[in-house]
Design a protein around this ligand. Structure first.
Ligand code: HPA
Length: 271
């Protein structure tokens, strides 16, 4: 794994001299954020050695190096999901490379089901904690001490200072920003009604099929993480026609400006 990380990092550094302290992962339907980046260099995933290729509709798959409101960032447009069949090591590989490229802050976003009765479709939630229900962990296997410790602390997996910046800004900007716990599980099937109820009972506020692996790996390497869910459907009131991926993408796109405003503020503050 170490050799792969080094090879991919070298490849990217040969393609672009661009460096950034902050990386952003754009979740399902949230790729629009990328249009606001003044791109200096774009690398499609299929050109990057050791990067898997994203297969899901709504995830186009490229790394964008550029500035957002004048601050340098690296953006992942499209991410890799465990349900696509990639091993955890591949799902989280870009995060390993980001760290090697000098990235210190990771902003992650996802489309998620709401399992908190106070949440409405189209709302956004700042992730302050998560529950890993993937049934596995990206750190299983040999630990590379040069990347991080065998038993990393996860007590502040979502960085309190970054959360504080977002909280203060949302108040000033009059954006309703919920806070809560994201439950990550494999998918790709949506949850049954009983599963949504269960996730609510165990303390979840949103549920989705991503984010947790990347956040664990980022914490392993000592990166600062900020996360946001866009509530694209209500798990406790499933529509008559059932949950549909197309609707998830539509709602995510509509809610995207709120996410952009908050990510934008964070990038301005920490970049
Ligand atoms: N469950 C899991 N993942 C999701 C959901 C959901 O209800 N909505 C968007 N991503």
């Amino acid at each position: 794994m170490l050799q792969k990380i080094e090879a991919t990092t070298k490849f990217i550094q040969q393609r672009t001299k661009f460096s950034a302290k902050t990386a952003v992962i754009l979740g399902s339907g949230l790729g629009r954020f990328a249009d606001q980046i003044d791109a200096e260099h774009v690398l499609p995933y299929h050109e990057i050695p050791n990067f898997p290729v994203s297969t899901v509709e709504g995830h186009s798959g490229e790394l964008i190096f550029g500035t957002f409101r004048g601050k340098p960032i690296i953006a992942m447009k499209g991410r890799f999901h465990f349900y696509e069949g990639y091993p955890m090591e591949q799902v989280t590989f870009p995060i390993r490379v980001f760290k090697q490229l000098g990235v210190q802050n990771l902003l992650v976003s996802n489309a998620a089901g709401g399992i908190n009765l106070n949440f409405r479709v189209g709302d956004v939630m700042m992730i302050t904690d998560h529950i890993n229900l993937f049934g596995t962990n990206p750190l299983i296997g040999k630990n590379h001490q040069e990347l991080g410790p065998r038993f990393p602390d996860m007590s502040k997996a979502y960085h309190p200072e970054l959360c504080a910046i977002a909280r203060d800004y949302a108040k000033i900007a009059n954006i309703l920003l919920h806070e809560g716990t994201y439950v990550g599980l494999t998918g790709p099937s949506f949850e049954t009604p009983a599963e949504y109820r269960f996730l609510n009972i165990i303390g979840g506020d949103t549920v989705g099929m991503s984010t947790v692996p990347e956040v664990i790996v980022a914490n392993h390497m000592g990166m600062r993480v900020f996360g946001m869910s866009v509530v694209t459907n209500n798990g406790l009131a499933i529509p008559e026609g059932g949950n549909q991926h197309a609707e998830v993408l539509d709602v995510a796109a509509v809610a995207a400006p709120k996410l952009e405003a908050i990510f934008g503020k964070l990038i301005e503050s920490i970049g």
